[in-house]
Every structure is written in structure tokens, then in C-alpha cells.
Design a protein around this ligand. Structure first.
Ligand code: SF4
Ligand code: SF4
Length: 277
């Protein structure tokens, strides 16, 4: 059984917190409030990895293209136990520490409706076990007990299932499912399989830089090589989630040979199939 953690946030400078594992119907106590003395404490010095849907929600919220969003607000991280890249929210520096760029110190999160999935899950972390012996992968959750968080002393009880629903995580999981599959596939290849830099760049562009991927589809030989329905191309032009879905299909096809995207018959030269981003 392999472990994959992708939504895990901790106070980086203090080191990782030992999580307590939970299943969907396990309970935990928690209530966050503006009246608590720790209000916004969790928005300092946080290590927040961004999923593809987080990037889409944030770049739309900020009215930026994905290239600019990534350049301004993120730095490069790596998904645990892989060389796969992932954008990480870049904290600011001020006299009080390292606040999140979206923190309003008086009123809390300025982008609350579009806050990343890691922030939604908090104080829960979520991940997936890749189980070689089972037909499906198993989701797991963990409560992350950080000393500063007084909300954990509340008497209010949640199951993980209730918390996920309360925090609006369902669409995040749905949109990110293809990306999660890609990571699990990479994991299943084992640590000794080296992925070339160019492939890692393709992964980054396809998963996180949706506007760059769209430009690549429309301005390269992509549409000469792959058979993509015209209606799908139109959707990709307009809709970031459709562009992400096409990117995931392309990555599954090119990185893992799944043949999800069909190649036009005239393309017999294997070098042609490897489109340069
Ligand atoms: S995105 Fe919002 S909730 Fe998340 S750390 Fe930043 S300010 Fe806090
Ligand atoms: S209760 Fe926890 S999550 Fe809420 S503001 Fe305090 S530290 Fe943050």
C-alpha cells in the first residue's frame, strides 16, 4: 500500500505535525470563530499546495490569467515522495511574520469563497492510499492538531463527511479527480522510474497553467495530431475546467500510453506525436 498526501498543511517553520488518522464517519471537535484569540493565526507561515481547481478558482477570482497568477502568488513545490511539481502559495513577509497574501488581518480571508482546498479542509488533512491489491484507491483523512488552534477545544462535533460538505469540497474533489489519478499512476511506477524534465514541464502546464495549455492546444500542431471533436475544442476555448479535462486526457495519453486521445491516422511518425509545448 502506498501513501499519497496532497492536501496537507502545517506551520512549516515548526516542522510537520503528527496527524491522527480519521475515516469519513469518524468525529472531531472544532469550531472556528472571529472571536477566538487565535483568529487568522493559521493564515501565517502556512504551506499551502494548490490543486488544479484551486488555481482555476483563484485566477478567476483575481481576474488573472493562470501564467500571471502562478508567477505572482506561487512558488514551486513537489508532491510528497515524487518529483511531480505543484504550485505552493507564496507567503508574504512583514513585522508579524509570514502572512498569506490573501489575509486581511482584521477580517480574515479576502478570497474566502474561493479559498484553496487545503484551507477548506483545515484542521483536517486529506490524502489517498494507492492500494496495489485493491481495485480502487482509498481516501484517508487526518486531524492536524496545531497548538495555536483554539477551535480544536470546542465542544462542537463533526464527522469528516459533514465537514467536507460544510466546506464545499465536493466540486474540488470532482474537478481534481483526473489530476489525482495522474499522481497515483506516477506513484505506481515506483521511485526508480526517472521522469524527464520536459515531461515534468508538460505535467505542470497541463495541470496548473490552464491558459498556457489552451494557447498550446490552439497554436501548436496539437489539433492536427489528436482527434478532438470541434464541440470539445469550442468548450476548451471558453471553459477552464474543460481545458483541464483535456490536459488530463493528453497527459494520460502521452505519459502513460492510455490512448484516451486518438491520434490522426496520417500521423505515423512517432516524433510527431510528441508535441512540444
Ligand atoms: S487563502 Fe485565506 S484561509 Fe487560506 S491561508 Fe490564505 S487567508 Fe487564510
Ligand atoms: S480556530 Fe483554528 S482555524 Fe480558526 S482562526 Fe483559530 S487557528 Fe485558525
Amino acid at each position: 500500500m502506498r501513501e499519497y498526501k496532497f492536501k496537507y498543511r502545517y506551520q512549516g517553520k515548526k516542522g510537520p505535525i503528527v496527524p491522527v488518522r480519521l475515516n469519513l464517519d469518524d468525529t472531531f471537535n472544532f469550531e472556528c470563530s472571529k472571536d477566538l484569540p487565535c483568529f487568522t493565526r493559521c493564515c501565517y507561515d502556512a504551506y499551502i499546495m494548490l490543486t488544479p481547481y484551486d488555481v482555476i478558482r483563484l485566477k478567476q477570482r483575481l481576474d488573472l490569467n493562470s501564467n500571471d497568477f502562478l508567477a505572482i502568488y506561487t512558488t514551486l513545490g513537489f508532491i510528497e515522495n515524487t518529483e511531480l511539481p505543484i504550485p505552493v502559495l507564496k507567503m508574504l513577509e512583514d513585522e508579524e511574520g509570514s502572512p498569506c497574501p490573501f489575509l486581511d488581518k482584521e477580517n480574515g480571508c479576502k478570497i474566502y469563497e474561493d479559498r484553496p482546498s487545503t484551507c477548506r479542509y483545515y484542521p483536517i488533512g486529506a490524502g489517498i492510499f494507492h492500494n496495489k491489491d485493491a481495485s480502487s484507491d482509498e481516501k484517508f483523512f487526518a486531524i492536524i492538531k496545531e497548538d495555536h488552534c483554539e477551535g480544536l477545544n470546542s465542544k462542537k462535533t463533526w464527522t469528516v463527511r459533514q465537514w467536507r460538505e460544510n466546506q464545499g469540497l465536493e466540486p474540488y474533489d470532482e474537478v481534481n479527480s483526473g489530476w489525482v489519478e495522474l499522481i497515483l499512476k506516477r506513484k505506481s511506477l515506483g521511485p526508480f522510474c526517472q521522469i524527464p524534465d520536459k515531461t515534468l514541464q508538460m505535467f505542470f502546464m497541463g495541470c496548473y497553467n490552464v491558459d498556457e495549455f489552451r494557447r498550446f492546444v490552439l497554436n501548436s500542431k496539437f489539433l492536427e495530431i489528436y482527434v478532438i471533436e470541434p464541440e470539445r475544442v469550442e468548450k476548451v476555448k471558453e471553459d477552464d475546467i474543460e481545458a483541464l479535462k483535456l490536459a488530463v486526457d493528453w497527459l494520460k495519453t502521452t505519459l502513460f500510453g492510455e490512448g484516451i486521445l486518438k491520434i490522426r491516422e496520417i500521423t505515423t511518425d512517432p516524433d510527431m506525436v510528441e508535441v512540444e509545448p
